[in-house]
Design a protein. Structure first.
Length: 457
């Protein structure tokens, strides 16, 4: 049975996923977006909600910020409370997943010989946060080294073995950080099993779900992670930047401050600070210190947080959460497999097929790597510099010559592209992308990127 993106899912309003939905988004005429995973985007209906809240801020600034905003913020948190199956008093907003990860790592108090454990495919900014913590606190870092593909069983075992190894040497893993779906390359991790393993080992679990909500099906009560942060602006069709930060009641005392510290912080009553006083109005409904702390974090435009109900309503109108996620995952997998067949290459997966149970799939570029390295050597470039030069050249070529964008990456000594499945795409778009990728790779093999690189130097 062949995959037909036109027939897979029909929306409740009689429309279809795919190109028929593209008119509801804000793309330039003719632009085809295969990189939803990096920055996301949102439909016009959600744009209208964003403008409404931004205008309301300006119409009566003090009235809205001091009195109306907290109520709208509560409504957005309540909507996600139902969506994620956790109490509303365990959910707050932060601008993005990186902020949430930093908030946790900078809040925890590390003793000598306590470790932060993380994986080789961690998001780069989060690894730098770990590096900073090890510079400024007694914390140490340990990394699980690997190159994809690996099996889920191996990865869970590697985390568990590293925890045991550290404990045998007299150390203690305080917190383990891992993804729901890795960013580069786009691969689903067994985050449920890793969370359970952490619980069994007495290690705090920090789930970086930058690619989480709206991307994979989530039940946070069942997952029961110690800390969980997920971008709403990637896959939930919410404006940037907006992420939901889940901290169970048992761990909220560990999160003393927001990032940056703001009015909601409650200093311990010691000289010279005293207990501190929040100058903003008290809430009409009882709220915990955790909720109050994150409600106002400096003066920023937090209108995107308030757009969550509008995004969920729009998603329901086109078919609902299960239909959207099923469509995007199926299209990403089948569309990228179809591209690989056309181009005579392969997708990145493990033997159990768990890598591709998400909305992003990676395909090896049909590129003669040896020939490309030889061109680089002739130009005086190291192999590592060749990879960067080809990636950067392709990134501009997609936009300038083909009115599209495809994420390019190097992993395991190969060049890959990461394709995103999304409701405004269909199989015909992936067929067109295969032609574009084939043409650009032929241009690369002729050394066009090297000419451009030399010109820049």
């Amino acid at each position: 049975m062949t995959f037909d993106s036109q027939e897979l899912v029909k929306s409740k309003n009689g429309g279809r996923f795919g190109r028929a939905l593209r008119k509801e988004f804000l793309f330039d005429e003719g632009f085809v977006n295969f990189n939803h995973g990096s920055f996301g985007t949102y439909p016009r209906a959600v744009r209208d909600a964003l403008r409404f809240f931004q205008d309301a801020h300006e119409a009566r600034p003090d009235d809205f910020i001091r009195y109306a905003y907290p109520k709208f913020n509560d409504e957005a948190r309540q909507a996600l409370s139902k969506y994620l199956n956790v109490p509303v008093n365990e959910l707050v907003f932060v601008p993005n997943a990186t902020t949430g990860v930093n908030t946790v790592l900078r809040s925890l108090i590390f003793s000598p010989n306590e470790y932060i454990l993380y994986s080789a495919t961690v998001y780069g900014a989060c690894e730098k946060a770990v590096a900073y913590i090890t510079e400024t606190t007694p914390a140490k870092a340990a990394k699980i080294e690997y190159t994809f593909p690996v099996e889920d069983d191996w990865l869970v075992s590697a985390f568990a073995s590293k925890i045991d190894e550290i404990e045998k040497s007299g150390g203690k893993v305080k917190v383990a950080m891992f993804d729901t779906v890795v960013s580069m390359p786009g691969v689903r991790l067994p985050f449920e099993r890793l969370t359970q393993m952490c619980r069994e080992k007495g290690v705090l679990s920090l789930v970086d779900a930058a690619h989480g909500i709206g991307h994979v099906k989530l039940d946070l009560a069942q997952l029961d992670a110690d800390f969980f942060v997920s971008n709403c602006h990637k896959w939930l069709h919410v404006p940037r930047g907006c992420a939901i930060f889940h901290v169970p009641l048992r761990n909220q005392a560990l999160i003393r401050s927001t990032l940056p510290t703001s009015h909601g912080f409650q200093p311990r009553p010691v000289a010279p600070f005293g207990a501190g006083r929040n100058p903003l109005p008290a809430s009409d409904v009882p709220k915990s210190d955790f909720e109050t702390n994150f409600e106002f974090v400096g003066t920023t435009d937090r209108s995107p947080y308030l757009c969550v109900p509008a995004a969920l309503k729009w998603r329901e109108s086109i078919g609902g959460e299960d239909a959207i996620i099923d469509y995007c995952q199926a299209l990403a997998l089948e569309g990228t497999k179809h591209m690989a067949k056309i181009l005579g290459t392969e997708i990145l997966d493990n033997t159990t097929g768990t890598f591709t149970k998400c909305c992003m799939v990676n395909m090896a570029l049909p590129l003669d790597v040896k020939k490309t390295y030889e061109i680089g050597r002739q130009k005086g470039l190291e192999e590592g510099d060749v990879g960067v030069a080809v990636r950067d050249w392709m990134s501009r070529v997609w936009i300038d010559d083909y009115n599209t964008y495809i994420q390019v990456l190097v992993h395991g000594g190969k060049w890959w592209i990461r394709m995103s499945g999304q409701v405004y795409l269909e199989m015909a778009d992936f067929e067109w992308a295969a032609k574009v990728v084939g043409e650009v790779c032929k241009r690369a093999e002729k050394g066009e990127w090297a000419v451009k690189t030399k010109a820049r130097l």
